[in-house]
Design a protein around this ligand. Structure first.
Ligand code: AOS
Ligand code: ZN
Ligand code: ZN
Ligand code: ZN
Length: 431
C-alpha cells in the first residue's frame, strides 16, 4: 500500500511509534551534555538550521565508467527529480535546495520548474555547467578541452554555455554557478601547462563578467580524471589562484573526493577560510579516488574534522564565510533517495559533533602544547552519540524521526516504478 511520504500526517503517524523512546534518549543525552556545560536545545536548534543541496543527478542511479544498472522507478526528467528531492526534504528536513546540472536538467519552461519547486518547498542552490561532454547536435567538440581548448571557437562555445547557465539560474532564483571542467592532458607534452591555465583565466574572466552582482562563481578543482596526466584546475592552489585573479565573487569549491588519498582536506579548508575564498563543498566519501560514495560512509572522522574547521570559522567569525553545502554522489547499489537522506544526516551528525567541541579548552591545550589532551578534546566530541539531537531536530521540523524507515513504509519507490515505466533516458551521472 502506498502512502505519500511528503504527507505531514503520514510522517506524524510514523513518528508516533518512536517519539517516546526519543524523548528518553534526548533527556539522557541532555543530562550528559549539561555536565559538560552544553545546552542540548541550543545545539539541536543549530543543527536544525543546517541545510544541504541535493544534486539533481544524484537521485538517479549514477553508474561507473563500466556500466550503469538503472534502478526501479528512476526519475525520467528534471520534474521527476524534483519530486524525489521533495521526498528527501520532507523526511529529513535537511535538504531545502536542489543543485541543477545543465544541460542534463534543461527544460523549455524554467519558470514552471521554479513554480513546481516552490510548491514543493524547494529552492535552487548553485547551477552546474557541463562542458565535459558533447551534447547531441553541438557544433564543436570538447574532446580536447573546453574553456582551455587551443581553438578559440571551442572556448567561445564553452563560455557561452556557462553564461547560458547563469541566465537559466537567474530564472530559478539560484545565486551561484559551479564550474568544473575535465580539461587537461593525458600525456606529457600534450599540452602547454602554463598556456592552458592562461586560457582558463581568459575564458573564466568572460564568464565572471556576466555574473549578476549578487552571484558567486564556484571553481571546483579535481586532481585527475578524465585527464590522467595533468588537469588544468587540479588542486586548490590552481583554484585559489584563479579565484584571486578573477575577483571577489569567485570562490573555491572543495569536492571531498577530488584529492590524492591521505590529503589533509581539513587543512585545505582552513587555508581557504583564511584566504576568504571557501565557496562551498561537494560532499561525498571515498577510499581511493573520486569514488562519490555516500557522505561519511568510509571516514566519518575526516568529515568531523572538516566540520570542526567550519564551526571554528563560525566561532571566530571569519569574514566572507558562507560556504554552500552540496552533495555530489553517485549511487550504484543503493536506492538513491535512501543514500541521499542518509548522507544529509551524516553531515548534520558531523556538524553536531563539531558543535560539542569545547573550543576554549581546545585552544588552551593548543596554547600549552598539550597534544594528548587537545586530541582528546576532539575525540570526546566525535565519540558522543548525537543521534537523539539529529532525530529531535527532524521531529521539530515535522520531518521523520526515522527517515529511511518511513520511506520504506511509504512504498514510494514502488509507486514510482508504476508511475515511471521507462526511465531509460536519465541524463548524466557517470562523472
Ligand atoms: C566531477 O568529478 C565533479 O565532481 C563535478 O561536480 C561534476 O559536475 C558532477 O560530479 C556531476 O558529474
Ligand atoms: Zn563535484
Ligand atoms: Zn567529482
Ligand atoms: Zn566526486
Amino acid at each position: 500500500k502506498y502512502a505519500d511520504p511528503r504527507d505531514r500526517a503520514f510522517i506524524a503517524d510514523d513518528n508516533a511509534r518512536l517519539s517516546k523512546d526519543l524523548d528518553a534518549d534526548y533527556a539522557a543525552l541532555g543530562t550528559i551534555l549539561q555536565r559538560r556545560g552544553l545546552d542540548i536545545d541550543a545545539i539541536t536548534n543549530t543543527v536544525a538550521s543546517f541545510g544541504v543541496a541535493i544534486p539533481s543527478w544524484g537521485v538517479g542511479t549514477g553508474g561507473t565508467r563500466f556500466a550503469r544498472f538503472p534502478g526501479r522507478g528512476e526519475p525520467r526528467h528534471v520534474f521527476d527529480k524534483l519530486e524525489d528531492c521533495a521526498v528527501i526534504h520532507s523526511l529529513t528536513g535537511a535538504t531545502p535546495t536542489v543543485s541543477l546540472h545543465l544541460p542534463w536538467d534543461y527544460t523549455e519552461d524554467m519558470p514552471a520548474l521554479r513554480q513546481r519547486a516552490t510548491a514543493l518547498g524547494l529552492g535552487f542552490d548553485a547551477v552546474n555547467s557541463n562542458t565535459f561532454q558533447d551534447r547531441p547536435g553541438q557544433p564543436l567538440s570538447y574532446k580536447f578541452g573546453s574553456l582551455t581548448h587551443t581553438d578559440a571557437a571551442v572556448r567561445a562555445q564553452a563560455i557561452e554555455h556557462n553564461i547560458d547557465c547563469i541566465r537559466i539560474g537567474q530564472l530559478l532564483g539560484s545565486k551561484a554557478l559551479t564550474v568544473w571542467i575535465g580539461d587537461g592532458a593525458n600525456f606529457p607534452g600534450q599540452q602547454h601547462l602554463g598556456r592552458a591555465f592562461e586560457r582558463y583565466l581568459e575564458s573564466t574572466a568572460q564568464i565572471y563578467a556576466a555574473l549578476p552582482a549578487d552571484w558567486r562563481m564556484l571553481i571546483e578543482h579535481k586532481m585527475f580524471e578524465p585527464a590522467f596526466y595533468a588537469t588544468v584546475i587540479q588542486d586548490w592552489g590552481s583554484s585559489l589562484m584563479a579565484a584571486q585573479t578573477l575577483g571577489p565573487k569567485a570562490f573555491c569549491l572543495v569536492d571531498l573526493g577530488h584529492h590524492a588519498p591521505n590529503v589533509n582536506i581539513e587543512m585545505i579548508v582552513s587555508r581557504l577560510v583564511h584566504a576568504r575564498r571557501l565557496g562551498g563543498f561537494h560532499f561525498n566519501d571515498s577510499k581511493y579516488g573520486d569514488d562519490d560514495l555516500d557522505t561519511g560512509c568510509i571516514d566519518p572522522y575526516r568529515l568531523f574534522l572538516i566540520f570542526n574547521e567550519l564551526v571554528d570559522a563560525q566561532w571566530r567569525k571569519a569574514p566572507d564565510f558562507q560556504p554552500a553545502h552540496m552533495l555530489d554522489q553517485s549511487h550504484n547499489v543503493t536506492d538513491p533517495i535512501e543514500s541521499l537522506m542518509t548522507s544529509a544526516i551524516e553531515l548534520q551528525r558531523a556538524y553536531a559533533q563539531a558543535l560539542l567541541v569545547d573550543r576554549q579548552a581546545l585552544s588552551d591545550y593548543q596554547q600549552g602544547n598539550d597534544a594528548l589532551m587537545a586530541a582528546q578534546t576532539l575525540k570526546r566530541a566525535f565519540t558522543t552519540d548525537v543521534q537523539p539531537i539529529l532525530a529531535r531536530a527532524r521531529l521539530q521540523k515535522g520531518a521523520a524521526i526515522d527517515p529511511v524507515g518511513a520511506y520504506r513504509r511509504s512504498n514510494y519507490r514502488n509507486e514510482c516504478a508504476n508511475k515511471r515505466p521507462s526511465a531509460q533516458n536519465f541524463g548524466g551521472g557517470i562523472v
